[in-house]
Ligand binder design. Structure first.
Ligand SMILES: [Mn+2]
Length: 231
């Protein structure tokens, strides 16, 4: 890998395969989610399916968070059984040929309330705006500000408690870093995540993450970012 974290054609092909496996595993998971399943069971199934589909492994410990668990960005899966009427956040990735993928979606299991829908809509709009700001030559801090300012305008600024994204490659977290302190500039051919979130302590959380190639703009994942409700 070049030290500017610009991906070679070979690296990019491996990252696309990793993202494809992650997409397929996520689709499988959506098909088996049911009342009473636990966060840990879903995380275990993600690992097994990722290996079955030919990846070397998951690119980091999978996060599966139900309801209030979603208020913790780095939630560790527990034996909490899934009940209807909550948001579910899954943050996952795979490794193919030493290259990583990274992906997060939040969906509703059963009907969720007005506040869940409201914060989902805000995070989604923040993510769309930040994705649109990712460009060759863009300042990483400016991309972060696009997401952060929008969330703040909508009144949830204090609940956006992490950076907007990071580079991905042979490492799940590598330069450039998209946060307010970053002095880096994006370069075409880098792969970065855009993953804003809102976390209401003890109550609920939403994060939506896509990996994109700078200069291309189209997410690696085929999965929609619109709110999906499983019934
Ligand atoms: Mn990430």
């Amino acid at each position: 890998m070049r030290n500017d974290h610009v991906k070679s054609t070979e690296e990019l092909a491996l990252m696309r395969r990793a993202a494809r496996i992650t997409d397929d595993v996520y689709e499988h998971i959506l098909g088996i989610v049911r009342e009473g399943v636990t966060e840990r069971e879903l995380a275990d199934e993600i690992l097994h399916k990722t290996l079955e589909l030919g990846a070397e492994g998951v690119s980091f410990d999978t996060i599966v968070a139900f309801g209030a668990g979603g208020a913790e960005p780095h939630h560790v899966p527990t034996d909490t059984p899934l009940e209807r009427g909550v948001l579910v956040t899954i943050d996952m990735g795979s490794v193919v040929g030493g290259l990583c993928s990274d992906f997060t979606r939040t969906f509703a299991f059963g009907e969720v309330g007005e506040e869940e829908r409201e914060i989902y809509a805000i995070v989604l709009e923040a993510q769309k705006r930040a994705l649109a700001a990712v460009a060759d030559g863009a300042r990483c801090s400016a991309v972060d500000a696009v997401a952060r300012n929008y969330i703040a305008e909508r009144g949830y600024g204090e609940f956006y408690i992490h950076g907007t994204g990071h580079g991905v490659g042979t490492e799940i977290h590598e330069p450039p870093t998209l946060n307010g302190k970053s002095e880096e500039t994006l370069a075409a051919g880098q792969a970065v995540t855009v993953e804003p979130g809102i976390y209401l302590p003890g109550r609920m959380g939403v994060r939506i993450e896509d990996m994109v190639l700078v200069g291309e703009g189209k997410p690696f994942s085929r999965h929609t970012t619109e709110l999906l409700t499983l019934r």
